[in-house]
Design a binder for this molecule. Structure first.
Ligand SMILES: Cc1ncc(COP(=O)(O)O)c(C=O)c1O
Length: 396
């Protein structure tokens, strides 16, 4: 692949591309909110789609052997996880997958544990399934977030608690949970018959010095007591192509899940049929884009260092919660001197930037903002300069 194609510094105008990130707010705002990147996807993905488009016939497709080989190869290469083809189910996204899982494995009135502050569509999925949310808040000491196992041990005793949604790596606080942390959580869940839905959508975006552990690889008991939601949608910026691989080693759980998918989508012997363009795009992504991913991680790491240095030097009232993975950074604005319920308005109206307001992520998010750093460095710099100017104005 040509070096030029890795030019993450290129600013590409995304206005009027029906982009949720860019076309929803006023054009004046720099949008660093929803989790997609302002980079072109790797060339092999674009080529695969282009070639398929040129063929010109877009009838029904099926998950062909090359697709499965590509998926299995990815997990073996990157995680040494030898997954089997029969463990896989496909959905048009991880949030659809979690909705289906909750409908399949819970009964209305059951309780589902989440570790807030956390990716807010989990809350909607729990409500959609008629369940209740049981919060197991993360605890923070010295700016480092951790799981609260004592609280979890209490929560799992609730007779209606049935499922825990694990966010791994964690959005928005950016922790890449260690094997030891996941083991402690997994053991509590096994002892108390709590099924784990492990959302690992961000697992490929890990900063140097950290390693992602797939929850189901820790031991056989965890594999049998979990479903893992994965996709390359974040990894290669192809969320709009809508394809996820849900890994379910426990075949009893897998059959129930597959039945649910068949009822929701196209019932029949083939289950959920793929979108023709997604299928070729994801096959290329699983097979041909490893070196692009390495370059992306280097660039994101550069952006993270840039953000930390800028804030430390120029806006020290803001505290950066340093992520170990993901391109999302949790910023603590509580010392800036703006009421938490005014923060979003302040950023939109005074700084002209759109971030994700912390309060969306549940209790513990008030006074925080989540910034998406997957953009050219010049865009990030401009957004930070605007925040700096606006903060100076209120403090003068
Ligand atoms: C933790 C997490 N899960 C799921 C999703 C969304 O997944 P999908 O677009 O596949 O539904 C996101 C998107 O930001 C996310 O951060």
């Amino acid at each position: 692949m040509n070096e030029e194609n890795w030019s993450f510094d290129n600013v590409i105008d995304r206005h009027e591309t029906q982009s949720v990130k860019w076309d929803i707010y006023d054009k004046e705002l720099i949008p660093l909110w929803v989790a997609d990147m302002d980079f072109r996807a790797p060339e092999p993905i674009i080529n695969a789609i282009t070639n398929r488009v040129k063929h010109g016939i877009f009838g029904y497709s099926y998950y062909f052997t090359e697709y499965y080989d590509a998926v299995l190869g990815w997990f073996k290469r990157h995680y040494n996880w030898k997954i089997k083809r029969k463990w896989l189910c496909h959905t048009p996204g991880v949030i659809p997958a979690i909705n289906i899982a909750l409908k399949t494995y819970s009964n209305p009135g059951d309780k589902v544990i989440v570790q807030n502050p956390v990716y807010y569509p989990f809350f909607g999925a729990i409500k959609n399934s008629g369940c209740q949310i049981l919060f197991n808040p993360l605890i923070s000491s010295n700016g480092q977030f951790q799981m609260d196992y004592n609280d979890l041990k209490q929560k799992v005793k609730d007779p209606r608690a049935k499922i825990l949604i694990l966010c791994s790596p964690h959005n928005p606080i950016g922790r890449v949970w260690t094997k030891e942390e996941l083991t402690q959580l997994g053991e509590i869940c096994i002892e108390n018959e709590i099924l784990v839905i492990s959302d690992e959508i961000h697992c490929d975006l890990i900063y140097p010095g950290y390693n992602h552990t797939n929850f189901a690889t820790i031991c056989k008991d965890f594999a049998m007591n979990s479903i893992t939601c994965t996709s390359l949608s974040k990894t290669f910026n192809i969320a709009g192509l809508q394809l996820s691989n849900i890994i379910i080693p426990n075949q009893k759980l897998k059959h129930r899940y597959r039945n649910a998918i068949q009822c929701l989508f196209l019932p029949g012997q083939f289950g959920y049929l793929p979108n023709t363009l997604s299928l070729v795009a994801f096959t290329a992504a699983y097979e041909e884009c490893d070196s692009w991913l390495n370059s992306l991680i280097q660039y994101l790491h550069g952006n993270l260092k840039f953000l930390k240095a800028f804030i430390k030097e120029k806006i020290p009232q803001i505290k950066v919660i340093e992520p170990e993975g993901t391109y999302l950074v949790w910023l603590d604005f509580r010392k800036v001197g703006i009421a938490s319920n005014q923060l979003e308005k302040f950023l939109h109206e005074k700084a002209k930037v759109a971030l994700d307001d912390g309060s969306l992520f549940g209790n513990g998010g008030e006074g925080f903002q989540r910034i998406n750093i997957a953009c050219p460095r010049s865009t990030l710099e401009e957004a930070l300069k605007r925040i700096l100017k606006a903060v100076k104005e209120i403090q003068s």
